[in-house]
Write a protein of this length. Structure first.
Length: 310
């Protein structure tokens, strides 16, 4: 029995890794479908590549749902970084988006940072039943955090997005990332509530009600995210969107999970420092990948610099 948490974490890790790679493909395929449809003056709903990306996104969401229910969110979420360099490499071939030497270095740093994050992330859960989940959901701190997120979403969706969404990528990223504060806790909560909701326990009715509420929250959050992801891909490169989206999404999801599930309670200073360094490494890698993507830098340029010194 002692090995069960480790086996569960390994399964969650495998599912998260696979989902991350699939997610890296979906943005590129959807972007390709949108661009091809625009060039023909047609709707992207008629493009096979867009539908392929959409189906892939659905499969990735299912994989993430299973991963979040078998491993801590702080272990699963950082693996999304691996989808960024994979998607950038794919976009350089399918969409002819630029990937210079610094971009390739950024891919390497993103992968290395993800490994550091995995090594130091918490491996055990602190909530194991729907009763504990109900207590955490009713916590004033989490309720206050939820109210702040809802207020920000209302402002972004109804006031800022209509006027600035097409010119500033952070608007759509903010909406999708803030919704992640609901999708990830809901995914984990559904798994916990389902254990009691479909049993003969007297408290099963309460657990079933909680299960339905979390399921509706998850579905609504995913549908709204899906809508704004497609809006973003109409105006911005898939690699830019996925890179910035990863950083903002990861921060907000880990923050929401830390408040609700308290996965960080048993994390020591060394592991906390390791997680911080890993996240900084990933962020630097993604910055190199995106900020300097328009610079024409190659290995031959470094050879010229070194040869001049000699």
């Amino acid at each position: 029995m002692e090995r069960e948490p480790e086996q569960s974490a390994s399964l969650g890790l495998s599912l998260a890794l696979l989902s991350s790679l699939v997610n890296g493909c979906t943005f590129v395929l959807q972007r390709k479908g949108i661009l091809r449809a625009e060039s023909r003056g047609a709707s992207y709903l008629t493009e096979l590549s867009w539908w392929s990306g959409t189906v892939g996104m659905g499969l990735a969401q299912i994989g993430n749902f299973l991963a979040y229910n078998t491993a801590p969110a702080a272990l699963v979420t950082p693996l999304g970084a691996l989808g960024v360099p994979f998607g950038s490499l794919l976009a350089s071939y399918m969409l002819q988006e630029k990937l210079n030497l610094l971009g390739k270095l950024g891919c390497l740093l993103s992968c290395a940072g993800s490994i550091v994050l995995l090594i130091h992330a918490p491996k055990t859960e602190n909530i194991t039943s729907s009763v504990q989940l109900e207590e955490k959901l009713a916590n004033p701190v989490f309720l206050g955090y939820t109210c702040i997120i809802l207020a920000l979403l209302i402002v972004l969706i109804f006031w800022i997005a209509p006027s600035h969404g097409s010119t500033n990528v952070l608007v759509y990223i903010g909406i999708c990332s803030l919704l992640g504060s609901f999708t990830v806790p809901s995914s984990k909560g559904i798994g916990l509530a389902a254990q009691d909701a479909f049993s003969d326990d007297p408290s099963s009715q309460r657990a079933l009600f909680l299960f339905v509420i979390l399921l509706v929250t998850l579905i609504c959050s995913i549908l709204i995210q899906f809508m704004y992801i497609n809006k973003a891909l109409q105006y911005f490169d898939s690699s830019i969107f996925s890179a910035i989206y990863y950083v903002v999404f990861t921060v907000l999801v880990i923050l929401a999970s830390a408040i609700l599930f308290r996965e960080w309670n048993d994390v020591g200073f060394v592991d906390f420092l390791g997680m911080l360094c890993g996240f900084i490494t990933v962020s630097v890698g993604i910055t190199l990948l995106q900020v300097f993507k328009d610079f024409n830098i190659s290995a031959s340029d470094f050879k010229k610099i070194t040869s001049k010194k000699h």
